[in-house]
Write a new protein. Sequence first.
Length: 263
Amino acid sequence: MMSIKSKNRLGQIFAISTFAFISIFSSSVNGQQGGGMGMRGSSTAQPALLQVGAVQKELGLSGDQIKDAKKLGDEYQGEIQKRLAKMGFDPMALQDLPPEERFAKFREMAQAGTRVAQETERGFRTKLDLLLEPNQNKRLGEIQIQALGVGALRVQDVSMKLGLSRAQRDELEKMEADSRQAMTARFQQGGGGGAPGGGAPGGDFAKTMREAREAQEAKMMAVLNDKQKQDFTTMKGKPFDLTALRPMGGGAGGQNRPASTKD
């Protein structure tokens, strides 16, 4: 008979793997990972980007700014966690669900997490404006658009600056919804290696997701006219090495430690 301690340990492992899977799935269904496709969710929010040493160096943050950015990042993550908890976001409650129902909840959580991250970030705009110099703020926005990739077209501020019409916005929204549905169907048909409790997504599924993302990117960019495409490229600014944003173990920041806090 399994001890209470062992059950608690398994529960912790399940919760961690669930959050990891939700992050992967959220990136996948929204066309948001690597190679210009970008990432999505709280990891590409500006308060989170400011925690990355390479971003801090690119912006030329002072020691005091880095310390304040750390406080802002903690506050941002705390606000997200509080809002998700109010929504009943509880991965531990999923471990006893049937696989299909569990996966549907994964998708629901991924979408909710992305939405909450974006809404919470908007509430931190004023604090970011106070923390950063205008040129730093501008560059941070450019890096964020690069990280989001084509998914940035669905961000309100970006779509407004590009002058997307209502018809264009509706078409992009439909494409995103269709992509989520198609990705869900592929997974449920056995396109991957399972979900937490049944294994992480396998190589074949990762390849399928990558190919789907590439096709999705082309379709979404085709919605823009030539001027909007040019403006979108300009909004990205000079290229930034996005590999610096990818965790390489050791927690949320991976090997991307904050820059020195010395002035």
